[in-house]
Design a protein around this ligand. Sequence first.
Ligand code: PAF
Length: 283
Amino acid sequence: MKLIHTISETRNQVLRARLRGWKIGLVPTMGALHDGHMSLVRRAKAECEFVVVSIFVNPTQFGPGEDFDKYPRTLVEDVEKCRISDVDVVFTPSASEMYPEGFNSWVEVKGYLTETLEGEFRPGHFRGVTTVCAKLFNIVQPTCAYFGQKDYQQLKVVQKMVNDLSMPLEIVPCEIVREPDGLAMSSRNSYLSPEERKAAVVLSRALSKARAAVTEGERNAAAVQEIAEGVIRLEPLASIDYVALRDAETLQPIDRIRKPAVLLLAVRIGKTRLIDNAFIPTN
Ligand code: PAF
């Protein structure tokens, strides 16, 4: 496994693999790797002959007052996890390698998809995500890039960018990985105190209860949202940013479940903001 800090050396390594006709898999991350990330790596390893993991805490996707400075950075452990998983290249650029002085080009998906939900609570967030992803896709030129469905809106935004700009790669959505009690794995879970960690299970509990209601025949979107909100309101450490049942493709609000939908949550547990979601099939 090679640990590389520069764009040019990453390109060299990937070029050698491409000349051999190998499929190239990219797993973009901000580090603090957990089992969720490692499931993306396993999927990439199963499908591609050459796998690159990028580790870069991307400053442009954090707004003022967000957690950029305290975002967990565990590079030594991350690199070891990648080595054990037989990753070919770990690309860990510096901020100045990715955004040299004078950098002034942005890739932005406009419109509702980036303005709603996370876009409303974190203005500018998706512009940072799409810009860094576009850069990573240009650097690595992967056959496939692997994204977790926990960041469901991010996945949809990146898919939209790739489609709109005819980028020559496939975005592979991967299942959410959960702790045994249901909490979706996230690097931000490390911010939680033991008491908050217990309380955080309320997100997955709310999703399960709402999904169960749909399975039993509830089709009214407001009623399904209310079931999830009711569960969260019972947890004193939790405060809701949003609970939203949306069309699974467009993320537009719906009145009734007629097409595949997704129930998305953003909830603060103490000072930690967590997101989670559940796919709601029509039958
Ligand atoms: O999901 C993340 O970890 C980040 O948003 C990503 C896709 C690596 C871009 O910085």
